[in-house]
Design a protein around this ligand. Sequence first.
Ligand code: TYD
Length: 394
Amino acid sequence: MNKFFLNLGSQPLANNYLNKYFKKQIKYNLKLYFNNRTNLVSISKRIPSKKMFNNKYPYKSSLSKTMQKSFLDLSFEIKKRFNPKFFLEIGSNDGTLIKNFPKNKTIAIEPCSNLAKITKKRGYKTYSEFWDNKLVNKLLKKHNKVDLIYSANTLTHISNLDDVFSSINRLLCDEGILIIEDPSLLECIKKVSYDQFYNEHIYVFSALSVQNILKKFNLEIFDIKNLNTHGGSLRYYIKKKKNNKFKIHKSVKQQLKIEIKFGLDKLSTYRKFAKLTLKSKTKLLSLLKNLKISGKKIIGYGATAKATTVLNYCKIDDNYIDYFLDTTPDKANKFMPGKKIKILKYKKRLLTNVDYIFLGAWNFKKEIFIKEKKFIKNGGKFITHVPSPRILLK
Ligand code: TYD
């Protein structure tokens, strides 16, 4: 049964960057639930996929060196460990991963047509469609079954998980492998990063919940890797139960044990998280208020969907944060969703006279700190809200 544990208030669509600030924007109530039968954590309100993933989707994986490296390393690993005959990616974005595979042995699935266009142009067979059983019917008419399906940060965006996994199961050949990676619920709860929740993230998965979903489809996890991407992610290696080629690695038992020890199977853990989230809001607001009282200039860095959750939950406006900087061309000169805070295209000179930077892209802290050595050397400071709001000393 779904049990309510946190209300993150009235939130706009997290990636809906508008050219003009409108006081009245479409908003919805962001409430979080824990299912004590399946251990699945989800948001209540489901926005139609077409409203979120269309020809204006701004996020491009290729804009981050961290993501480029993570995908390059993964491509080496996949080739060495599984040597797939045919590779299919669900949610291929702008092709940052698939470009490392031969064009004649791949299929890209990307519903956002602005992104699908990029892989199509490069010569990759791309279907600009949503992943579901209907698409798989079409694929099965045109192609053979596939021996490797990969999906990063996509399956958590799809409401109907039964359809997701039954369709994958149909397309995957018996000895095939499914690899999925998504933000880790354990890391999210540990870091009090309530900003992992927004309209696109219908679910935040744990190994416990993924294991439960897979059971229905005779699929099982045979290996798990902890990754640093997106503030802490899990990569699940999945096979059909009848495939005995891969032994179940001890990493699976280990992860499940850690999650149970932490209490990811108990409602009380989520209630505690809700209390810490409220504390985090109070502390962040008081930190920003005090800095403003002492005349400091604060800006934001990384106009992330996560930052949208923080700004709208904490009610942070341009009276605290002057503007956000972001490298994404499609976000430039637009406004943070729901807030009158402008996003400016990243330029080093926009950091002069800035005292503090709120790290919207805290998941790229390492990359950003290397890039902004000079700002730090000149006395500039970063603010983060994870695991609790504070000024970062390094
Ligand atoms: P992302 O990590 O995908 O967060 P979310 O899923 O919450 O939207 O987005 C990172 C954002 O940060 C993206 O808009 C690009 C931006 N960014 C910069 O502006 N400069 C940087 O150096 C890095 C690494 C990211």
